[in-house]
Design a protein around this ligand. Structure first.
Ligand code: HEC
Ligand code: HEC
Length: 303
């Protein structure tokens, strides 16, 4: 809603310009001859002279026509807080035209057109749908517009955003688990350990974590941290460090890193904790689109 000031402001500008155009036409026609003539205006530029003829009729009418068009336009589309006469159909009801309503109407018309197609996809199990070329292309388009901001256009991820093309899953790579992740979202919760382990403890634990993946590490420091790992970390990451998909605790033994495997990054993770969030898509995209996306994601890790 515009405030009264801005409403008056735009009305003054719109109707003022229209009236101004009218006045300009009338004014420039006044006192001019009506008939064609061979008399010149008397000016000469580089030997070129100008007949003192009136503006062609059609030309003048065109100016009047733009003013009439302007009123027609305002009547149809409205101005500021005043609705026009034009309507579009949203939720089956005619509502006044606004750019938002037109957008809604177009999205609904598109969804309606595609509904039978998506219904067919929804009735097909994810694993089977992952072999349907057409569905995968739709899935890829949905992925590019809804997921690539975080997971990257090719779904390879980035720091804090998992790679979806590999065989390493935080929450599970079965069709059901992938669909569940996309539908309801996920919230990773890695606690901060600075207070529990202390500076020295964090440094040693980082060495232990690196040893799990077989990365170069200080063996003595790692050994010191082993009991603390069993006590504090194995609940979530497992006694062998292989992770737990029920809580999204990553496998620490595979040298695939969500936040980075350098000593510095691991120490940062241990000191401050991590809380990656995958946003739920059920309300945003609806189950039918999520289903197609699940098939697309599943297909990526099948090669
Ligand atoms: C705002 C950023 C963001 C967007 C948008 C997003 N994701 Fe995610 N996604 C994440 C994060 C972060 C995680 C990891 C969660 C964690 O750390 O526990 C994740 C995890 C996942 C996982 C689980 C991976 C695994 O290893 O188990 C899947 C599958 C997934 N996303 C698919 C999608 C799809 C499909 C879309 C598009 C509809 C999407 N994501 C949109 C941030 C995002
Ligand atoms: C309450 C369960 C829980 C406990 C206890 C826990 N973690 Fe985690 N850890 C997680 C989760 C969940 C993540 C993933 C966080 C995310 O997705 O944002 C994670 C992530 C990590 C990462 C990052 C892995 C990567 O790929 O970048 C490391 C390293 C790690 N934990 C080590 C440890 C160590 C060492 C301990 C013990 C001192 C520990 N964790 C205790 C749940 C836990």
């Amino acid at each position: 809603m515009l405030s009264t000031f801005w409403q008056v402001w735009i009305m003054a500008i719109v109707f003022g310009s229209m009236a101004g155009c009218g006045v300009l036409i009338v004014y420039s026609m006044r006192g001019h001859r009506k008939e064609e003539t061979t008399q010149t205006t008397g000016h000469e530029y580089d030997g070129i002279e100008e007949y003192d003829n009136p503006l062609p009729r059609w030309w003048v009418y065109m100016f009047w026509a733009t003013i009439v068009f302007g009123f027609g336009y305002v009547g149809l589309y409205g101005l500021g807080n005043f609705d026009g006469f034009l309507t579009v159909k949203v939720d089956g009801e005619p509502v006044t035209w606004t750019s938002t309503n037109q957008w809604k109407a177009e999205v609904q018309a598109y969804d309606e057109k595609l509904a039978p197609l998506f219904d067919g996809y929804l009735a097909t199990p994810v694993a089977e749908l992952a072999k349907n070329e057409e569905a995968l292309q739709t899935g890829q388009r949905l992925f590019k517009s809804n997921c690539s901001v975080c997971h990257g256009t090719s779904a390879m991820g980035a720091q804090g955003f998992p790679n979806l093309t590999d065989h390493d899953w935080l929450y599970g790579g079965s069709p059901e688990k992938i669909k569940e992740t996309i539908m309801y979202g996920r919230q990773g919760a890695m606690p901060a350990w600075q207070a529990v382990l202390g500076d020295e403890g964090v440094i040693e634990m980082a060495e232990y974590v690196r040893s799990l993946s077989g990365l170069p590490h200080d063996a003595e420091a790692a050994e010191k941290a082993a009991p603390a790992f069993a006590q504090n970390c194995s609940v979530c990451h497992g006694a062998d460090g292989k992770g737990n998909q029920l809580v999204g605790a990553p496998n620490l033994t595979d040298d695939i890193w969500l936040y980075g495997g350098s000593t510095k990054q691991i120490q940062f993770t241990l000191r401050n904790g991590r809380a990656g969030k995958m946003p739920a898509q059920k309300e945003i995209l609806g189950e039918d689109k999520v289903h197609v996306l699940a098939a697309y994601i599943y297909s990526l890790s099948q090669n």
